[in-house]
Design a protein around this ligand. Structure first.
Ligand code: MIC
Ligand code: SF4
Length: 645
């Protein structure tokens, strides 16, 4: 039987397990990336492993999330990461150089290689044919130390693209259409591969927009073939030597296939508050808008910005609208400046923001009360913008720019703008002077790690207990995101290396008393619905609950990265064998799990007694063969230490 693209890459990197869907597999990781909001913790964990230099082909640390610097905390973290890079052989992309995924695509991504990153949008590099996955910081630390990355072997889903996009319709509309079809949990357990004749008409940055937002489908990753288009992109980046062709075998088998006719697509928008709440722009109608933001790792390429500039040229942003633009990288910004497009953007009245995540992670630009904000980003979870009652719509750059001028949601096809002359350059502007390369080992040895006062030790977990008795401290519904569990934003994000402080905000979007309740009870079990922990890869959404005494999460189902983070932190994830039992549990019921260690060792069901109602429920440990050993040890650090003893 032939292989899919992803299966070929997995096969050539397999170090443990068999490639049968559902099996635990260990993959050798060629490259890693971190960003600063998850990186500080990842590097503290790396240090705790006691390895003197990274063992990957390339590891890169980006500073792109925490760049607002309202106090000393962010700048201290940047210095800490920079000193870590010097000591351990890591590339350091300085603040201002751009968003990790955009820069990685431009300067480091290589078709056929594996990449994990402590950020859920790492699959952006799938646009260049990499097998790129988001992971918790501890998994990235282990990979930097040369350890394999473990996942459950995914099933394969193919999205067959036919035809060609019509003018004014964009790569963003393709991924919004996939989200409409599959929903935010439709990709769970799958790798999504794009194929069909439609692929050839999409440039690498457009492909990357699509693989980027595969994160919102819950997919393990998404990937495109590596073809002439990939070669041209790499050549224009001065990296033609990195090109390798990659395609699936003609007889490759997919577990699921969906088809999209690009020529039938229209501009789409994801309505509040979920990326899969997708409708046609024409169907939503001309709603009045307050804010437009263009950027983020989804839509901040040169190609996107040139289209935006063309729409804005000679126009003025509507008086009731604030338009903010953050180009994805310094390469993009430099090239916009050189070709004059930046001037068109500035003249139209756009507010130029730093080349960073910025408003996408709530770092500034919070909308007005009840404000309607159109964003080219990838997540519109409630409250993520920084304004609790704002309404966020996710759209393409074309729709965003057209609407910014009109003051109402506008279908860009109604404008008389010809995009046919916008092509990717034959040569990008290459200047890596803001990426510090690793120091040679002899010099690296003498580097002192710089630690600011905001860096606090991370919580440690104990071996898994045999009996867990704790109250149902919180009960939440379906699709709870890591933004609910551990919010981000300008006020909280600077404390990503200070777990005790972060604990004051844990789950407060669902229950403002959660931190206090945990402190009083000293322990707790969380009850969740479907797809618990979707969204970001932040391991803080597991480390902070651990710090607050959470012992187990019982849910209908879990999102992949969060489940791994819970296990790595030593919190037991369990699923209901009978999902209707979820309805029988009320907050504060006293719950008890017995014979936990034996059940986890055998991966057999566990009975949970509800001492308050007298009911019992059958639960399944959400663990694989390897994860059970990590769980028994009380988390990945304990496990890794016990194995190296
Ligand atoms: C996000 O988009 O939510 C983030 C911020 O990039 C996160 C990582 C984090 O929480 O630091 C992600 O997507 O993994
Ligand atoms: Fe940054 Fe937003 Fe992308 Fe996350 S989704 S990496 S916050 S730009």
């Amino acid at each position: 039987m032939g292989l899919t693209i992803a299966q070929k890459i997995i096969k050539s990197h397999l170090v443990d397990g068999e490639m049968t869907p559902g099996n635990d597999i260990g993959i050798k990781i060629d490259q890693t990336l971190t960003q600063d909001a998850t990186g500080t913790m990842a590097y503290l964990e790396f240090e705790a492993m006691g390895i003197d230099r990274v063992k990957t082909e390339k590891s890169v640390a980006y500073i792109d999330h925490n760049t607002l610097q309202t106090g000393f905390e962010n700048a201290d973290d940047h210095r800490f990461i920079q000193s870590i890079c010097k000591k351990y052989g890591i590339y350091y992309s300085r603040p201002g150089n751009g968003i990790c995924h955009q820069v990685h695509l431009e300067r480091f991504g290589i078709p056929g290689k594996t990449l994990i990153g402590s950020d859920s949008h790492t699959p952006t590099a799938g646009g260049i044919g990499m097998l790129a996955m988001g992971a918790g910081g501890l998994d990235v630390a282990v990979a930097m130390g040369g350890g394999a990355y473990y996942i459950t072997m995914p099933k394969m889903l193919k999205v067959n693209l036919k035809g060609r996009l019509r003018p004014g319709v964009s790569a963003k509309d393709i991924i919004l259409e996939v989200l409409r079809i599959l929903s935010v949990k439709g990709g769970v357990g799958y790798i999504i591969e794009y194929g069909g004749e439609g692929v050839k008409s999409l440039s690498v940055p457009e492909r990357a927009t699509i693989t980027n937002m595969g994160a919102e489908l819950g997919a393990t990753t998404s990937i495109f073939p590596s073809d002439e288009v990939t070669f041209e992109f790499l050549k224009a980046q001065g990296r033609e030597q990195d090109y390798v062709p990659l395609s699936s075998d003609p007889d490759a088998e997919y577990d699921k296939v969906i088809e999209i006719d690009l020529s039938e697509l229209e501009p789409l928008a994801a309505m509040p508050h979920s990326p899969d709440n997708v409708k046609r722009v024409s169907e939503i109608g001309q709603i009045k808008i307050d804010q437009v933001l263009i950027g983020s790792c989804t839509n901040s390429s040169l190609f996107d910005m040139l289209k935006v500039a063309k729409i804005l040229k000679g126009k003025t942003v509507h008086p009731d609208v604030s338009l903010g633009i953050s180009p994805g990288s310094r390469q993009v910004l430099n090239m916009l400046a050189e070709c004059g497009a930046l001037s068109d953007i500035i003249s139209a009245g756009a507010r130029i923001l730093e080349c960073a995540c910025g408003p996408c992670i709530g770092m500034g630009q919070a909308p007005n009360s009840k404000g309607i904000s159109l964003r080219t980003f990838n997540r519109n979870f409630e409250g993520r913008s920084g304004t609790a009652d704002a309404q966020i719509y996710l759209v393409s750059p074309e729709t965003a720019a057209a609407s910014a001028i009109a003051g109402v949601l506008t279908d860009p096809r109604t404008l008389d703008v010809d995009f046919s002359d916008i092509k990717l350059p034959e040569k990008f502007f290459i200047n890596d002077n803001m990426i510090d390369p690793p120091l040679p080992p002899e010099e690296a040895k003498n580097v002192e790690i710089i630690r600011g006062p905001n860096i606090k030790p991370f919580p440690k977990s104990d071996e898994l207990a045999d009996t867990i008795e704790a109250p149902a401290i919180l009960k939440v519904g379906d699709n709870i995101t890591t933004d609910h569990i551990m919010p981000a934003g300008a006020k909280i994000l600077p404390y990503r290396s200070n777990i005790p402080y972060l604990a004051n905000f844990c789950f407060t979007r669902c229950d403002e008393n959660f931190p206090e309740n945990c402190r009083k009870a000293g322990k707790g079990i969380i009850i969740g619905g479907e797809n618990y922990g979707q969204g970001s890869s932040r391991e803080h959404a597991a480390l902070v609950p651990l710090y607050l005494g959470i012992k187990a999460v019982v849910a209908k189902s879990f999102a992949r990265i969060h489940a791994a983070n819970l296990i790595n932190a030593g919190i037991l994830p369990l699923t209901f064998v009978n999902p209707e039992d979820y309805d029988k549990i009320t907050q504060w019921d006293n719950l008890v799990l017995t014979n936990v260690r034996e059940s986890v060792s055998n991966l057999s069901n566990i009975t949970m007694k509800n001492l308050t109602t007298g009911d019992s429920y059958i639960l399944k440990p959400a663990l694989t063969r390897r994860a059970k050993d990590i769980m028994l040890a009380g988390g990945l650090l304990n496990y890794t230490k016990s194995k190296t003893k």
